[in-house]
Design a protein around this ligand. Structure first.
Ligand code: ATP
Length: 556
């Protein structure tokens, strides 16, 4: 919530101050407490950001539709992500794979057997909950013993308070379907619960065609489905949602060591904001991607102070993962995960190699050349060093020897760092962050209230409102239509000719439109329009080329 005092006379920049609508001063913010999600949900429905799916028939729990403004917002998020991850880099390529894939993929990835949450039912009120979430909310520890879990003493139903709960049962979150007309298990398939697996399954095709060498990444975004036991917090935990995932393939540290003579670690204090270096080990790559992702979140308007890192520890960490960090956002209902970034080693590609029987290793010319320079004694010393390191990590010496032997041939299965973000969670974070209410007072002391969505221009659904000052002057109207048509070709603009200018501004404020351009009589004389800024409410006159330049710079 912002507290500001301003007046139209503070305006700076080119042009003189303006003409249309009252000069409002912002006296005080109305919202002094945390944003209530009900208020946000009501604005989202009223303005066409988010609707309940199938509302006409009473809705369906865990599914949401994005209306005219919401789908523009989501499209902008995805475009910004694609630009940041793929378009502006030379070392990342894209993939667009199917939602239903061969069921063997989910066997290899571990999802068929292990992608499950523990579920409990209240025997009194019949409501169903996730056992881990229920315990967390009640400050209790779920009892874990290998694969089985149990509720601790004191756990009670969050809805009715009863302690009459079932024991936790494992529930696989994947949606099952059947391919073809016969509904038997031989035709069973699953809707993907993440987009990432397709990248691993297509790895060989991509490396054969993309003219990329490790280190490089493959990005994919699209729908994922999880039959969440308890969808909640508005769109935060949905059953159908979109993900934006990157698998960034890197050399194993041992290969880096052979090529570069050493491995750069965090202790070397590498510059994580500069160009990636050949000597970087996995840990540096992980931190590099954390920096990249945090910088991107800030660039689309999420304040740094609302972003937190949570490092997974102990049993939270998957057995194959070397490290995993969650980028969390301070949502109105609590600090929660926006994105997970994991160093997954070579687990995924190795699993697919094992299950498909097809080789997933790459040939690395630089590695072969480095290995060829070593004499037998140096090779032996290197092998023994790696064996000692692997054994210290409880990996078998035989596996270490086989791995090193492949390295000497210039071959390895790449390791991976995976930044995995949710589009819908990010849309919700941006909506919560943008929401603001202000009380304004004009020069005569009249007060008014405005709701304003302070989106960053790059993700705002509408970039510019274009208004003719009046509708009954054909020449002025035609000029306004001409300017609108010109600008609409570049950005999503909104034409509004009804009501007083002040009311048109308010409607655009609620939609989060950063600027409004009014075409008036002066436009007919000198070609300038009045540009009103959503946040400062200041108005300046600009020519259309100047306006285009300003928007180009600020939208990015
Ligand atoms: P959570 O612990 O919240 O269930 P997760 O750790 O299982 O999430 P990942 O498997 O790491 O999530 O998925 C990557 C990203 O996908 C998450 O950071 C989140 O943004 C998004 N995501 C995952 N599940 C959902 C969901 N049910 N609804 C909306 N977004 C989701």
């Amino acid at each position: 919530m912002r507290t500001r005092r301003t007046s139209a006379h503070d305006a700076h920049g080119r042009g003189r101050l303006l003409t249309h609508g009252a000069f409002w001063r912002i006296l005080r913010p109305i919202m002094s407490k945390k944003l209530d999600m009900e208020i946000l949900a009501s604005l989202c429905k009223r303005r066409g950001f988010i609707f309940q799916s199938s509302e006409l028939y009473g809705g369906i729990n865990g599914f949401w539709d994005y209306g005219p403004l919401g789908c523009e917002l989501k499209r902008n998020i995805k475009n910004a992500w694609w630009k940041h991850i793929v378009r502006t880099r030379e070392d990342v390529v894209g993939l667009d794979a199917t939602i239903i894939m061969h069921p063997a993929i989910w066997k290899a990835s571990g999802h068929a057997d292990g992608f499950a949450d523990p579920m409990v039912d209240c025997k009194d009120c019949r409501k169903r909950f996730r056992a881990d979430q229920l315990c967390e909310e009640q400050g209790l520890e779920l009892i874990k013993d290998g694969k089985t879990v149990a509720l601790p003493d004191g756990a009670k139903c969050p809805a009715c308070g009863s302690r009459n709960l079932t024991a936790p049962r494992s529930f696989n979150l994947m949606f099952k379907t059947f391919v073809g007309p016969i509904e038997d298990d031989s035709n069973a398939a699953w809707l993907r619960p993440e987009t990432a697996q397709a990248i691993f399954a297509q790895f060989s095709n991509i490396i054969a065609t993309a003219r990329q060498k490790v280190p490089f990444g493959v990005a994919q975004m699209g729908k994922s489905f999880r039959n969440e036991i308890n969808p909640r917090n508005y769109t935060f935990r949905s059953r159908e949602f979109e993900q934006m995932e990157l698998e960034f393939f890197i050399r194993p540290d041992e290969a880096v060591e052979l090529i570069c003579g050493r491995v750069t670690t965090l202790a070397d204090k590498p510059d994580l904001t500069g160009e990636p270096q050949e000597s970087w080990g996995w840990e540096v790559w992980l931190h590099y991607w954390i920096e990249q992702r945090l910088a991107w979140y800030r660039s689309i308007g999420l304040p740094a102070e609302h972003l937190e890192l949570y490092w997974q520890t102990g049993d939270e960490l998957a057995h194959y993962a070397r490290a995993c960090v969650d980028i969390e956002y301070a949502f109105p209902f609590g600090v929660q995960e926006l994105e997970g970034i994991a160093a997954r080693g070579d687990f995924d590609l190795t699993q697919h190699q094992r299950h498909s029987g097809k080789q997933m290793d790459v040939f690395d010319e630089a590695l072969k050349q480095a290995a060829d320079k070593l004499d037998a004694a140096a090779k032996e010393a290197f092998t023994e060093k790696v064996v000692a390191e692997w054994t210290a990590r409880n990996q078998s010496p035989e596996a270490a020897r086989a791995f090193v032997a492949k390295l000497f041939e210039g071959k390895y299965v790449p390791h991976v760092v995976e930044p995995s973000a949710g589009t819908d969670r990010l849309a919700l974070a941006l909506l919560s962050n943008a929401y603001d209410e202000e009380t304004l007072t004009d020069d005569k002391g009249k007060t008014d209230q405005r709701t304003v969505m302070r989106f960053h221009p790059s993700i705002a659904p509408i970039k510019l409102g274009v208004f003719p000052l009046v509708k009954n002057k054909p020449e002025l109207y035609a000029k306004a239509r001409e300017i609108f048509a010109q600008l609409q070709r570049r950005w999503n603009c909104f034409w509004d000719e009804s009501g007083a200018i002040g009311r048109r501004y308010r409607r655009m404020d609620e939609a989060g439109t950063p600027w409004c351009a009014t075409v008036d009589f002066q436009t007919l004389e000198d070609g300038t329009v009045t540009l009103r800024d959503r946040d400062s409410m200041q108005q300046v006159r600009l020519s259309v080329p100047e306006l285009i330049q300003k928007l180009d710079t600020e939208i990015g």
